[in-house]
Ligand binder design. Structure first.
Ligand SMILES: [Zn+2]
Length: 481
């Protein structure tokens, strides 16, 4: 098969597979048998490519990932099931069901008695080793597949992101260390209101904070509609958001977190979301529409790999840029008509979560990088993760990493969000300098962003300087400290 034939077959299969995946996540009916068949065909086409070509490099790396994913499928399904089964307790129930790994976060956000949260946390941590063998197995499969091509999942990740191991590790350390003290001081400020106690402890995880911190803001967002506002903003900015399909219906099996799928890029891009709470909905709708415009801006004449194979930090650059409007006082004032007091409250709370994110991502990102570099066992990984949490925020039992929703189920924990956030700060600075304080009302600024979005897989990952210091300076400015 020629490269063009392989690429067009890859696109055809990817489109069909994404459509099924989309349906599954959107709570619509989907065909499991068909997904399995398509995934087998995707392996075939990836192996065909790997057997005959080494270029384009992005297609080469993504083909390895496709093969590794397919080979892990069974183990990951087992991990999914056993985690629900073994990480559970009969002692507490939520909506008539026992508390388990799947509804743990719901339990945490619905339980005001922190001693109960602590009890479940300790119980689940003690049970975590029961699923360790499956995590070990899925990591081992990845390692073996990449080894055939003389790579590790880490090598591939770093190559996509255009960053060296030491550079990324140093960046994460600098951000984690730089965020720590302000994060802990702010956590002490918010603890009585958000956690119902004097100080934060090891079982008050990132998601517990995120589930509660925005509650006082909801009343200001009840009467404005996130979808209307994001569309209005994008039109002023020079985009055509009507090209993005939206599914905002409530369905029982629909994923609670919003997502965007570029099914056929750029012609079939969909945002799917479910109302959760007014302020959080604004964040997720703005974020997902950022992915949406990134998808619709692709050039349909570009080759398959350029349109589809995009480094994670590049994808998140556009979503975080659009979401960052909620961190922009002038936007909140002029467009959402909010008072200075409310704006101040929004900025403080979002910055606090930014600091929480930096400390948590520093520990998670560094552990996963070292995992591949140093070949940690599952126990060594737990020990190391515990040390890192102590360094960057508060010491957490190491086996928590096995219960996280990303760390044990993906090869890498993507520091891509961190890279993207700092890159967005640089992009915003450029927009401000070239188009003024209210740059989002200038369609030339919109065209500039469109141009960046169109580059897709050829986005210049090294073009924007990652300036940790000025990024930290902003994140650390909280009005009450
Ligand atoms: Zn995203």
């Amino acid at each position: 098969m020629s490269l063009e034939k392989i690429a067009s077959r890859y696109e055809k299969l990817t489109v069909q597979f994404s459509e099924q995946r989309y349906n599954q996540m959107a709570g619509l009916s989907y065909d499991r048998g068909m997904m399995k068949k398509l995934s087998d065909q995707l392996i075939e086409v990836s192996l065909e490519f790997l057997g005959n070509f080494v270029e384009p490099r992005s297609m080469y790396l993504t083909s390895i990932a496709t093969v590794a994913d397919a080979e892990k499928l069974e183990t990951e399904l087992d991990l999914h099931d056993q985690r629900m089964e073994k990480i559970s307790t009969e002692k507490y129930r939520i909506a008539g069901r026992r508390v388990n790994w799947g509804n743990w976060r719901q339990f945490n956000s619905g339980t005001d008695d922190y001693m109960k949260r602590k009890e479940v946390f300790d119980d689940f941590i003690a049970k975590a080793p029961d699923i360790a063998f499956l995590v070990e197995k899925r990591m081992g499969i990845s390692e073996d597949v990449y080894e055939k091509y003389d790579l590790t999942p880490l090598d591939s990740y770093l190559e996509f992101e255009g960053i060296r191991y030491d550079e990324l590790r140093d960046l994460l350390i600098r951000l984690g260390d730089g965020a720590k003290d302000t994060f802990l001081a702010a956590a002490a400020h918010f603890a009585p209101e958000v956690l119902g106690k004097k100080k934060m402890e090891y079982y008050d995880d990132y998601y517990t904070w995120r589930g509660h911190i925005y509650e006082p803001l909801n009343k200001y967002f009840e009467k404005i509609d996130a979808l209307d506002e994001v569309k209005r903003f994008l039109v002023t900015f020079g985009f055509n958001p009507s090209k993005i399909m939206v599914d905002a219906e409530d369905r029982e099996k629909k994923s609670p977190s919003a997502f965007c799928y570029g099914i056929q890029i750029p012609n079939d891009v969909r945002v799917c979301f479910r109302k959760v709470s007014p302020f959080a909905d604004f964040g997720s709708v703005f974020h997902e529409f950022g992915h949406g415009i990134h998808g619709i801006c692709a050039n349909p004449d570009d080759p398959v790999w350029k349109r589809y194979v995009v480094p994670r930090s590049v994808a998140e650059t556009f979503s975080i840029l659009i979401e960052s409007m909620l961190d922009t006082p002038l936007f909140l004032k002029q467009e959402l008509k909010l008072s200075d007091r409310v704006i101040n409250e929004i900025i403080d709370r979002r910055r606090f979560m930014e600091l929480a994110f930096l400390t948590f991502y520093a520990a998670n990102g560094i552990m996963k990088m070292e995992f591949w570099k140093k070949g940690y066992s599952i126990e060594e990984a737990a020990k190391r993760w515990q040390e890192l949490t102590k360094r960057f925020f508060i010491e957490v039992p190491g086996n928590y990493w096995l219960l996280h929703h990303v760390m044990p189920s993906y090869d890498m924990y993507s520091p891509s969000y961190v890279i993207a956030s700092i890159r967005v700060a640089a992009v915003r600075e450029r927009l401000r300098q070239d188009y003024g304080e209210v740059w989002w009302k200038d369609s030339d600024a919109g065209n500039f962003v469109k141009g960046l979005a169109e580059t897709r897989g050829e986005f210049d990952v090294k073009a924007w300087k990652l300036d940790a210091e000025s990024y930290l300076k902003e994140a650390r400015s909280l009005s009450f400290l």
